[in-house]
Design a protein around this ligand. Structure first.
Ligand code: KIV
Length: 271
């Protein structure tokens, strides 16, 4: 079994092959050129320009306020830093729920104005017509089931979803419908690991989990969480690989000290 697919550019076909070969898919969010460039050069498979930009970039409490224009700005910046990764962009709240014509128009704007490779939408049966219409235009679509943050006011809480039989059954049905419609992949957020496993095993398309257990075909994390830029957000599923909040705070405090004490700039740091 290979551990890393040596592809020049990651495509939906490459992601499909990774699932078939049992190679896990790595995915991370990015919202700007500089970080996208680092993640791409490090070998990440998929970059998600998530509507979590609303939280981590703009400081909103939910993902609802971010606009299509703002997503296009973030996605265009990301695209300028990427050579290899497959880039997926979230259609933001309000840009696809009204009807399939609006959904297609939003997806086309993302593809045309950013150069991204595909879009992601939250929901199952209720948005299936839109998913089909976007796919019919040749735009790769990724689904997102489980905890879908654009519906937070319906859920009322960010707790684990689909613990109950009825919701788990609906999720399985939605996953099947999305696959049959032609979605190339599916994000599963904050659901029991056993359900993540069952869905992953029942589908041919790859599943990417966030708090959905180790049996998903890949994993995604929000970059600010993974890098420890956020300190307040501490869900059980999160593994922090850096403590950047502390690192940056220390660096800035040292800089302030050096400026105030006239240590910076020194003789070598001036013209
Ligand atoms: O917007 C986002 O960052 C996401 C991930 C949490 C999957 O949708």
């Amino acid at each position: 079994m290979s551990v890393h697919t040596e592809v020049k550019k990651v495509t939906t076909h490459a992601l499909q092959r990774m699932k078939q070969h049992g190679e896990k898919i790595s995915m991370i969010t990015a919202y700007d050129y500089s970080f996208a460039r680092i993640f791409d050069a490090a070998g990440i498979d998929v970059i998600l320009v998530g509507d979590s930009a609303s939280n981590v970039m703009a400081g909103h409490e939910t993902t609802l306020p971010i606009t299509l224009d703002q997503m296009i700005y973030h996605a265009s910046s990301v695209m300028r830093g990427v050579n290899r990764a497959f880039v997926v962009v979230d259609l933001p709240f309000g840009s696809y729920q009204s009807n399939s014509k609006e959904a297609l128009a939003s997806a086309i704007r993302i593809m045309k104005e950013t150069g991204a490779h595909g879009i992601k939408v939250e929901g199952g049966e209720e948005i299936l017509e839109s998913v089909k219409r976007i796919l019919a235009a040749g735009i790769p679509v990724m689904g997102h089931l489980g905890l879908t943050p654009q519906s937070i006011y319906k859920f009322g809480t960010y707790t684990v979803r689909a613990r109950e039989e009825a919701e788990a059954e609906k999720l399985k049905k939605d996953a099947r419908l999305l696959e049959e419609a032609g979605a190339f992949g599916l994000v599963l957020e904050k659901i029991p690991a056993a359900l993540g496993k069952a869905v992953s095993q029942s589908l041919n398309i790859p599943t990417i989990g966030i708090g959905a257990g180790k049996y998903c075909d890949g994993q995604v994390l929000v970059m600010h969480d993974l890098l420890g830029i956020n300190t307040e957000f501490q869900p059980r599923f999160l593994r922090r690989y850096l403590r950047l909040h502390e690192e940056i705070t220390g660096a800035i405090q040292q800089y302030i000290k050096d400026v105030k004490s006239n240590d910076f700039p020194n003789e070598q740091e001036q013209y």
